[in-house]
Write a protein that binds this ligand. Structure first.
Ligand code: URA
Length: 239
């Protein structure tokens, strides 16, 4: 493809904007200016610079964000800024449609959020039949009891569905903290499950999604990174 097509696919504006970036001397590759709209062999991880900022080509975008509190995952955030504002603008204007969160975390929930522009991948990973486990670290208002843990494992009925929902795994991690693994993603599921057993969520953090875990030292709150090809395939082809 041509450089202008490559830039367009990665979200750097209209075809005309992308040509203007090239002719204005704002695009570099391997330390040299891209002076003409020449053909380039695009492949994942091909590095380039636009207006002094390093970038890599990705056929499809798949990334992880360490979501801070105070950001909404909805497409049209109302009360709080949207999570997409934490990402570089080109990720929101990629030619296939910008990235969107894979499932949602509440405004006050922190931790691992995946985003992609690949609709099939979203469907694959969020469909309940695939049982992709998500791990939540929960701070509770009241001490966690064995009876509460047993009920979370056995299943609790939430108000919108007569079918009980159960934790795939559940353990106390401190007097007022527990680790809960869920394989579905119902609205406010953790908060509603914990309320249903007579406790209350004071803090919620997602630490793992499928095969991926969040390393907050490597990726502090508010930061994002691309997933590697290996991470992508481990997410899609779970045992
Ligand atoms: N469950 C909740 O209650 N909130 C979240 O953000 C995620 C899971």
């Amino acid at each position: 493809m041509r450089w202008s097509q490559l830039l367009f696919s990665q979200g750097f504006g209209t075809r005309r904007d992308c040509e203007a970036l090239i002719h204005g001397g704002f695009v570099e590759h391997q330390g040299a200016l891209v002076e003409h709209d020449e053909i380039v062999m695009a492949h994942d991880d091909l590095p380039f610079r636009v207006e002094g900022r390093d970038w890599v080509y990705r056929t499809q975008a798949l990334l992880m964000l360490n979501k801070p509190a105070g950001y909404e995952c909805s497409q049209r955030p109302s009360a709080w800024p949207g999570v997409l504002t934490l990402l570089p603008p080109p990720l929101r204007t990629r030619s296939k449609g910008g990235v969107q969160p894979i499932g949602r975390l509440d405004q006050d929930t922190t931790g691992l959020l995946l985003l992609t522009d690949d609709g099939a991948l979203i469907h694959r990973v969020t469909h309940p039949k695939h049982h992709v486990p998500k791990v939540y670290e929960v701070q509770t208002a009241e001490p966690v009891t064995e009876a509460q843990l047993a009920r979370l494992r056995a299943g609790v009925v939430l108000n919108d569905d007569p079918q009980p929902v159960r934790a795939a795994a559940c353990e106390a991690t401190a007097e007022r903290a527990l680790r809960l693994t869920l394989t579905e993603g119902k609205y406010h599921q953790v908060k509603r499950m914990v309320a249903a057993v007579g406790n209350h969520v004071n803090g919620l953090h997602r630490s793992a999604f499928g095969s991926l875990t969040l390393d907050p030292e490597a990726l502090p709150p508010g930061r994002w990174r691309w997933l590697s090809a290996e991470e992508r395939s481990a997410l899609l082809h779970r045992p």
